[in-house]
Ligand binder design. Structure first.
Ligand code: NAD
Ligand code: UDP
Ligand code: UDP
Length: 322
């Protein structure tokens, strides 16, 4: 599905961004990747270094950017709690100043722009599953707020630019996504559990493990992002993108131990402040407007992710080949 001639992907050296770039280039699109390598890595894009359809600019999106492109995917932002809480002011700046700069760029170029928003805009939701018309339950001053409120403000900016300037915006509310190229130390639950299991270290279960999440494999998510961008100027969202199969974190831990054949024991650690108790997307809108639903089961996706981390942990360059 070819979208446009030249597409900008901010955050393109990150986990989702690098997979999106691979997909766009495979579809015959030229890609300009912008990243400041805050959490992204060069190994994620090494394989593109000599590809004539790929270009890289090291740049922080909190500063203005003047380039010429036909469409913009704005993914730049640290996504794991450990990383986005490391420098929370920078996290808010990245979401808010980043959105303003990229929206200003899209306005000048009159091109479509997609925002990687998040299920975190629902906070600790009081309704399950979450539909797009639910306004959420977010603490504005807690340790997660830099991310949640930064993304909420970015959504506000996207819809104000749409209303005020007619810009073709697309707001994707992405739910927990996993797969190869997740950073092994970024603290997210899938990478943590797999790395711990493969190393034979204790599996750190936060709280009683009865909180739930719904995990989407990265190729499914990328497919939805590409379809959303291709959906035309009437389709703005906000749109939930994720896998509606919900499991407890305890069950995830047990599955990872089983699938890796690990001897690791499960140890309990305190639940972090404001950790949401449940999360599951209602994806009716994406099904209807994008004709999309995830196709990779948790079993299959975890298998691929375990193989990736196995390779990464057993050799210095094994991770760059994916
Ligand atoms: P990631 O940390 O792997 O990627 C983020 C990328 O953005 C990195 O390459 C990082 O270096 C770059 N970046 C950060 N700040 C920047 C700045 N100021 N200027 C330029 N580049 C910057 O995370 P990811 O999982 O690939 O997430 C990508 C996007 O999707 C993020 O916007 C995130 O909020 C969103 N998202 C991800 C998930 C998920 O489960 N992975 C869920 C919801 C939303
Ligand atoms: N901007 C940018 N690249 C462009 C055009 C604009 O980075 O090609 C930034 C610029 O820094 C500006 C922001 O986007 O401050 C918002 O642009 P907009 O045109 O909405 O507002 P203004 O320029 O009036 O502040
Ligand atoms: N979690 C856990 N052990 C870990 C890392 C995370 O039990 O080593 C829990 C965390 O408390 C949360 C869930 O797993 O309830 C998902 O955490 P993650 O940081 O991956 O994503 P988010 O909380 O942003 O959805």
């Amino acid at each position: 599905m070819s979208i446009n001639k030249q597409v900008l992907v901010t955050g393109g050296a990150g986990f989702i961004g690098s997979h999106l770039i691979d997909r766009l280039i495979a579809d015959g699109t030229d890609v300009l990747c912008v990243d400041n390598f805050y959490t992204g890595t060069k190994p994620n894009i090494y394989h593109l270094a000599n590809n004539v359809h790929f270009e890289l600019i090291r740049h922080d999106v909190t500063f203005p950017l003047y380039v010429e492109v036909d469409a913009i995917f704005n993914l730049a932002c640290p996504a794991s709690p450990v990383h986005y809480q490391h420098d929370p002011i920078q996290t808010t700046k990245t979401s808010v100043h980043g959105a303003i700069n990229l929206l200003g760029l899209a306005k000048r170029l009159k091109c479509p722009i997609l925002q990687a928003s998040t299920s975190e805009v629902y906070g600790d939701p009081k309704v399950n599953p979450q539909r797009e018309d639910y306004w959420g339950n977010v603490n504005p001053i807690g340790p997660r707020s830099c991310y949640d409120e930064g993304k909420r403000c970015a959504e506000t900016l996207f819809f104000d630019y749409h209303r005020q300037t007619g810009l073709d915006v697309k707001v994707a509310r992405i739910f927990n996504t996993y797969g190869p190229r997740m950073h092994p130390n970024d603290g997210r639950v899938v990478s943590n559990f797999i790395v711990q299991a493969l190393k034979g270290e204790p599996i750190t279960l936060f709280g009683d493990g009865m909180q739930t999440r719904s995990f989407c494999y990265v190729s499914d998510l990328v497919d939805a992002l590409v379809r959303f961008m291709a959906a035309g100027p009437g389709c703005h969202g906000p749109m939930n993108l994720g896998n509606p199969v919900e499991i407890t974190i305890r069950e995830l831990a047990e599955r990872v131990v089983e699938m890796t054949g690990s001897q690791s024991e499960i140890v309990y650690r305190p639940l972090p402040q404001d950790d949401p108790m449940q999360r599951r997307p209602d994806i009716s809108l994406a099904k209807r407007e994008l004709d999309w639903a995830p196709s990779v089961s948790l079993e299959e996706g975890l298998g691929k992710t375990i193989s990736y981390f196995d390779g990464l942990l057993s050799g210095p360059d094994a991770g760059s080949a994916q």
